[in-house]
Structures are given as structure tokens and as C-alpha cells.
Design a protein around this ligand. Structure first.
Ligand SMILES: *Cc1c(COP(=O)(O)O)cnc(C)c1O
Length: 495
């Protein structure tokens, strides 16, 4: 059955999967959603015998129905290869009575790699299918993590180029080194003298500049976005929920039909939404536990049914979750509103105008699969120390938020359903916060110095992604004024 995609704000018009991937966002500002979430057509018992790539095909073919088998398998095999430092791609590790699903074995040691290693291939395949001959130019503003993962994904992918803007003084030392040492003939990395918001505004202005689009088109270029609202990022994330459940099935930890809970450290709501899609595809899921840090907009939303971003923005040690507008939540809102695009559009307009909206009791009742939780900075650090002292396993700060939220939930509810925690980053990426949580004596030391300490403490090998950047030459050293961002793009493209 062909699955089509429609906007959360207008269900009148549908597009194919490849068109939705190319467009990213619908013209009306809504997010593309499948007209219905497809069920798996292979049994979980059969998937339990498959490897990651084969599982990815079983899941993704249900969503991307206008891709041929050859096209999709080609994308999958180019994405999930030796860029990952383990054949399992997403290993499941049992510690302290819970399973950590390690999503950080890709090129940039964070979970964004799971989707950004395949998105470039989905995008170029989509372009070919839709007879687009222009070169796709990916334009990204980053506060650190997404930029590097997108660079690594798009580097040397034929038919694409990527330009990343970051705030010159607004990212960590490791994050900056990761970006400025990026290889690839089609990559450009530019520091700007402004902050992240300036970078984001500059990029948005270029996306909306019709004149620039025309000049680009005349020269054989068009912009596209690697943003997390792209359906081409959401669909690959469903895969590892199916994969992790079937690993438990394969080793006998769960019986057929036995539900598991998933706990997900959440920012933009993309990762946990993928778990919800997996449940709708037929994976037995009990609760979806949405873990927030001190920016607990989502916790409050699940408690009260009111989404209110009017609050202080708190900088935490889990920066990838420091978000007050969780874009992907719109897809859940649409679903619990009974796929009512008009109601969804009204709530999103209220969010844009007043910073808040309230859902109905009926909608609230429809999201009972979800439980919200949050962990303070203190609790998060305590959890890193607790798990390390008990098991020797070292969690990153984001995973620690989820782990703390889970133990809190378990204590309160006595729910002993088997549970999988999404582990979204390697501790090496946040070495300073992790090491000072384990022992205060590390306070004040820098990330690079603490990486060796972490390796000794955890007894794990320093990942290549970190080792590489210590000695890699700087290949990008351009810095520009915020107002010159477009000029830089024109210069890079020679237009
Ligand atoms: C992006 C990110 C998250 C948040 O994921 P969302 O899909 O935005 O909810 C959590 N942890 C890490 C390490 C991330 O990079």
C-alpha cells in the first residue's frame, strides 16, 4: 500500500515520501506526516533474526513506499557501514537491571548520526526520482552537535554540498575542532561573529530569499535542509526501536508480545516520536517516558495539558536538550487531535503568538502512552556517579537525565516492565561534565585533558572521532560578520 504524506496544518494535499524528504517542511509551515502509520509486514520473530541493515529495510520500506527495493537498500548500505565502530550499529547493553541502547557509535559519537548518515542518500535518491538535476546545497546553522553530524553525513556525497555556520565563540572547544577539521571537497564551515540565533536567522533569511533561489537555480543549485523535522530523519530513527525490541526477543529476555518501556532524553521530540511510531507499527510498548532536563516544558505539558514556553531558558550540562520549542511535538498534537489539521494549525498559531496553547481533555486522554519526567542538574550528576560506582559504566549527561528519570519513575510506580533507555551520546563528547560528576577534583580541567582520564576511569578505548581531531589539521578558518553570511554563500558557490 502506498503511504503518502500530508501537512499537519492542511490535510487537503498529499505528496510522496521522496517529495516530502526534498521539501523538508510543508509550504504552510506544517510538518509532513504519513496519512496513516504503516504496520510492519514481517513478524518481530523474523526480524529478530536480521541484522541492523536488514531491519532498517523492513521498517523503512513501509514508510518510503515510492523508493524501489534497490534504491532503499543502496541508501541503507551506504549509511550503516564502517563509519560505525561496531557491526551491531546500535548495541544494547544491560547494566543495573535496565538496557541502554547505545546510539552513539557513528561518526560524531551522538545519536544524530543514526539519521544523518542516511539522510544525504535519501535526499539524493529523492532528487533523482523527481528529476531534479540541480546540486543540493545543505545550509545549516548549528549550536554544535547537528552541524558536525550533518557535515560528516554529507561529506563527499555526490550531487550535494554543505555549508555550516556556527557562532565563533558559542560552541565548546571539542565541538569547534570537530567542525573545523572536517574533510570533504563539498564541505564549508564558517564561524560568525554573532550568536546561534544570529546564525539561525541568517540561514532562514537565505531560505526565504526568492531572488537568491532564482540565481541559484540559474546556476544549477537549490537549497535543502537537514533539520530534524525532515521525515527523512524521523523514519530512520524508528528502526532502532524495532531493532532493540527484537534483540531482547532474540536473546529470550522478553517473550513474544511482552511489552517494554522506552525512556528517551528529549529535546526537539524527534527521537521519542520515532518510538511512538514504532509502537504504532506493532512493537509491544508499555510506557514512553519522556525525560527532560531543567528546561522541563514537556514535563509540564504531559502533567497539565498546557504547553507554555514563556519561561527562563536554562543552560545545562545536557545542551542538546536545552530547548523550549520542541518542533516535532506538532506531529503528536496532530495525531491526538484526531488528525484535525485546522485544530493543529490553531494551536501552533497560538504558540507563535502567545508562546502557549492548551489541549482538550479528550486529547490529553489520547496521550496516555506518554509519561513526562525531569531531572535537575544535581540529580543528573548524581546519577552519573551512582551508575559508575555501582557498575563501572559511564553515562553521558543526556543519558543520565533519562536514567535518573527512569529510576524515579520506577520507585514511584513499582512498574517492573523491562525498560530500554536511549543512550544518545558517548560520555567522551561531554568529558568535563561527566568526569566532574564522578569526582569534583576534575573541576576546571578542559575537555581534552579529561578525555584520557575518562578512558582510564571507564576502561574504554577513546573513540576514533575524538582521537582524530586531536591531531587533525584545521581545514576551515573562515570567520565572517553576521551580515555577510549570504555573501559567503555566493562566494563558495561562485554565483
Ligand atoms: C539531539 C539530542 C537529543 C534530543 O533529541 P530530540 O530528538 O531532539 O528530542 C538528546 N541527546 C543528544 C545527545 C542529542 O544530540
Amino acid at each position: 500500500m502506498e503511504v503518502m504524506y500530508q501537512s499537519t496544518r492542511n490535510s487537503g494535499k498529499t505528496v510522496t515520501a521522496s517529495q516530502a524528504i526534498l521539501k523538508g517542511l510543508a509550504d504552510d509551515g506544517g510538518l509532513f506526516v504519513p496519512t496513516s502509520i504503516p504496520a510492519l509486514d514481517t513478524s518481530l520473530e523474523d526480524i529478530a533474526k536480521m541484522n541492523y541493515q536488514e531491519t532498517a529495510y523492513q521498517v523503512m520500506k513501509q514508510f518510503l513506499t515510492d523508493f524501489t527495493e534497490e534504491e532503499l537498500k543502496n541508501c541503507i548500505n551506504r549509511a550503516y557501514d564502517s563509519k560505525f565502530d561496531t557491526k551491531e550499529i546500535a548495541p544494547l547493553v544491560e547494566k543495573d537491571g535496565v538496557y541502554y541502547l547505545e546510539l552513539f557509535h557513528g561518526a560524531t559519537i551522538a545519536f544524530k548520526d543514526m539519521a544523518l548518515s542516511i539522510l544525504p542518500h535519501l535526499l539524493t535518491t529523492s532528487a533523482r526520482k523527481n528529476k531534479i538535476t540541480n546540486q543540493i546545497v545543505i545550509l545549516t546553522a548549528t549550536s554544535g552537535d547537528t552541524g558536525k553530524a550533518a557535515l560528516a553525513g554529507f561529506a563527499d556525497v555526490e550531487g550535494t554540498s554543505i555549508i555550516v555556520f556556527y557562532p565563533k565563540n558559542g560552541v565548546s572547544a571539542i565541538q569547534e575542532r570537530q567542525m573545523v577539521t572536517q574533510k570533504g571537497n563539498n564541505t564549508s564551515v564558517i564561524g560568525i561573529t554573532g550568536n546561534f540565533d544570529d546564525a539561525q536567522s541568517g540561514v532562514k533569511a537565505m531560505f526565504n530569499n526568492k531572488e537568491l533561489a532564482k540565481v541559484m537555480d540559474n546556476n544549477g543549485y537549490q537549497f535543502s535542509s537537514a533539520n530534524s523535522i525532515n521525515i527523512g530523519r524521523l523514519v530512520p530513527q524508528v528502526v532502532y526501536y524495532v531493532y532493540s525490541y527484537t534483540r531482547l526477543l532474540a536473546n529470550g529476555a522478553v517473550k513474544a508480545g511482552e511489552p517494554v518501556n522506552f525512556v528517551v532524553p528529549t529535546g526537539n521530540f524527534g527521537n521519542i516520536l520515532a518510538a511512538f511510531y514504532a509502537k504504532n507499527m506493532g512493537v509491544p510498548v508499555g510506557k514512553l517516558i519522556c525525560a527532560s532536563n531543567e528546561n522541563k516544558v514537556l514535563y509540564d505539558f504531559f502533567e497539565t495539558g498546557v504547553y507554555d514556553k514563556n519561561r527562563e531558558f536554562i543552560l545545562t550540562t545536557s545542551p542538546s536538550m536545552d530547548i523550549l520549542i520542541s518542533s516535532n511535538l506538532e506531529r503528536l498534537i496532530y495525531k491526538i487531535a484526531g488528525e484535525d489539521a485546522e485544530a493543529t494549525a490553531d494551536m501552533m498559531a497560538a504558540l507563535a503568538n502567545t508562546g502557549k496553547y492548551t489541549i482538550t481533555d479528550e486529547m490529553k486522554a489520547r496521550m496516555k502512552d506518554f509519561i513526562g519526567g525531569w531531572a535537575s542538574e544535581e540529580k543528573t550528576a548524581e546519577e552519573i556517579k551512582r551508575v559508575y560506582e555501582k557498575t563501572g559504566y559511564v553515562l553521558d549527561t543526556h543519558t543520565a537525565v533519562a536514567s535518573a528519570v527512569y529510576h524515579d519513575y520506577k520507585m514511584k510506580t513499582q512498574d517492573d516492565t523491562k525498560t530500554i533507555i536511549a543512550s544518545t551520546a558517548s560520555p567522551y563528547k561531554f568529558a568535563t561534565s561527566v568526569m566532574t560528576a564522578i569526582d569534583k577534583k576534575y573541576e576546571g580541567m578542559d575537555d581534552f585533558a579529561l578525555i584520557d582520564e575518562l578512558s582510564k576511569t571507564a576502561g574504554t578505548k577513546i573513540p576514533n572521532a575524538v582521537e582524530e581531531i586531536r591531531s587533525a589539521p584545521v581545514l576551515h578558518d573562515t570567520v565572517c560578520d553576521t551580515k555577510d553570511m549570504q555573501k559567503m554563500v555566493e562566494k563558495i558557490l561562485g554565483i
